[in-house]
Design a protein around this ligand. Structure first.
Ligand code: FCB
Length: 536
């Protein structure tokens, strides 16, 4: 990096890529970027060199302008500086031939059509209507209208060279009341989706619960009651009977931490309850439902089923060596990771969990932990970022380090930290040894803009994905059994409380017309998959 700093500061107006300024085509310089951003050349240089002391908004503005004008630092300078994004896969690379190269979405975030085809309401339909819950009061009513664009979207998946697609089934589309009468029209939608995927040689990976609990079940107590766990198992069996002849990869729950902690603990997600006792009770019933559903899918799917659960895992790091920080690392690790890993793999909750949250353990029946720890065929891991903490001098309390010096951030204000993915995978392998792992989500939101024609430049997303894939290859070589990788997300979509303000897609969605435009990252991912699979 030293070399790059030197090159950039010596040659303040060093020529980079081509761009158009005032109608004239000539090479863009750092000076041009500085002018457009209304900052000094030195500030642009600091951003280029990942220096910490640029405020996040200015950094974001500068990076955005660079993206829009396809401005990239001179390659030789970057190479000299050993920039990680120029690292390459090893030769031969470590990805196995049957690796599931995919992208992911979820029902409420993409389907829209919430009142069509006999779908019942879910807790998200009502939550988003409460004032102040989402950005500008936005809802998933229309989202990316995937319900109607499904065949076009599958064709786009093919264009992206995807080998697998992870989607979620909307429970209230199948069972509008959560249990009882089946909605044939809802089943038909997923039936057609699965057939379309298979016709394009794309492997379907079905998630049964991505947070859209049928409202009717919530009104009977939702995840605070055991009955919901049994209702979920019935729904899982139904899906296994209907799709289990063609779907062989099943994820029971997506990120139960979010369902329990955000939904029932701090109330920032549906159903908006703020009570830690409720959060641990909900988590227990969700885990129980996972174990019950696993047995039922195994018993009723007609093809060999791979059944797992997806956790959002966040590695926690200490920025100093104080005792308070070390304790903080352990506490946060229990809260973010072990809360779900321990019961699933060891059949126990971490001892400190309930104490740390200041609550009594939930009512646990004798058989529960055994059901929860039913062996998994794979663990799904969603990885976005890490957490770094420190304890300021003369205090006893740890706090997050924000912003992290030298770090880059996505639009979610999540630090970009690819190494966290490999650190977390090695740790999971060492401590829990799952028989297989799928990276079920990884991706980034940036302020993408579409030029109105066919181009959405998003080099930062390309770089984000590339760097994470390189980490993945590193751990594959160390023997971690990773079977697939899914970019979040296939399409821009409804990002929960952030509404449509955050775009994660490989494909841009113009929400006015629902037109889809493959972003530069989508094209890059397609080329990457093609290259990797060609050399298998
Ligand atoms: C994950 C969710 C997914 C999406 C991404 C950005 O926590 O599973 O639905 O919102 O974050």
């Amino acid at each position: 990096m030293q070399t790059l700093i030197l090159v950039v500061s010596l040659l303040g107006s060093i020529a980079f890529c081509k761009g158009t300024i005032n109608g004239m085509t000539r090479k863009f310089t750092i000076r041009d970027i500085a002018q457009l951003a209304g900052v000094s050349i030195a500030t642009v240089s600091r951003v280029l060199n990942h220096k910490p002391d640029v405020d996040p908004q200015t950094r974001e503005r500068i990076l955005h302008i660079m993206d829009v004008h396809s401005f990239a630092p001179d390659l030789s300078a970057v190479q000299l500086a050993g920039s990680p994004s120029r690292r390459k896969l090893s030769s031969p690379h470590a990805f196995p031939p049957d690796f599931l190269w995919g992208a992911a979405t979820s029902a409420y975030q993409t389907e829209g059509a919430v009142r069509e085809g006999g779908r019942g309401p879910s807790i998200w339909d009502t939550f988003v209507r409460e004032p102040g819950t989402t950005w500008h009061g936005e809802t998933g009513d229309v989202a990316a209208d995937h319900y109607h664009w499904m065949l076009d979207d599958v064709a786009l998946m093919k264009e992206l060279q995807l080998k697998a697609y992870r989607f979620s089934v909307s429970w209230p589309r199948i069972l509008p009341q959560g249990n009882g009468p089946i909605n044939a029209c809802g089943l038909d939608f997923y039936d057609r989706l699965v057939d379309a995927l298979l016709a394009h040689d794309i492997c379907p990976v079905a998630t049964l619960y991505h947070w859209d609990l049928p409202l009717a079940l919530h009104e009977q107590g939702g995840w605070l009651t055991r009955e919901t766990a049994y209702a979920f198992a019935d729904y899982a069996e139904l899906m296994a009977r209907k799709l289990g002849d063609r779907v062989s990869w099943w994820v029971t729950h997506n990120e139960p931490w979010c369902s329990a902690y955000l939904g029932y603990g701090i109330g920032t997600h549906a159903p908006g309850i703020r009570d830690f006792s409720s959060a641990v009770l909900a988590s227990h019933h969700i885990l129980l439902s996972h174990g019950l559903a696993t047995e039922r899918i195994r018993a009723h799917a007609q093809t060999e089923a791979h059944i797992g659960i997806t956790l959002n895992l966040t590695p926690i790091y200490a920025a100093d060596e104080s005792e308070a920080t070390q304790q903080g690392v352990e506490q946060l690790d229990v809260l973010h990771n072990r809360w779900f890993l321990d019961p699933l793999f060891r059949g126990t909750y971490p001892e400190q969990l309930f104490n740390n949250l200041g609550v009594a353990p939930p009512a646990i029946k004798n058989i529960d932990m055994q059901i929860i720890a039913t062996p998994l065929d794979f663990l799904g891991v969603n990885y976005y970022s890490r957490s770094l903490i420190r304890t300021p001098l003369r205090t006893q309390h740890y706090e997050p380090v924000v912003p992290v010096p030298e770090a880059s951030y996505t639009q979610m204000a999540w630090e970009i930290y690819p190494q966290g993915l490999s650190d977390m995978l090695l740790r999971v392998q060492r401590d829990y040894a799952p028989s297989a792992i799928l990276i079920t989500e990884n991706g980034a939101a940036f302020e993408d803009s579409w030029d109105g024609r066919g181009h959405v430049p998003d080099k930062r997303r390309v770089r984000y994905l590339h760097e994470h894939l390189l980490e993945l290859e590193t751990v594959l070589k160390q023997g971690v059994p990773i079977s697939g990788y899914f970019v979040w997300s296939l399409l821009d979509n409804f990002e929960w409380t952030d509404g449509y303000s955050k775009r994660f897609g490989l494909i841009y969605v113009d929400y006015i017309t629902q037109r889809r435009i493959i972003k530069e990252s989508g094209r890059w991912y397609a080329a990457f998959i093609k290259e990797v699979t060609a050399t298998n």
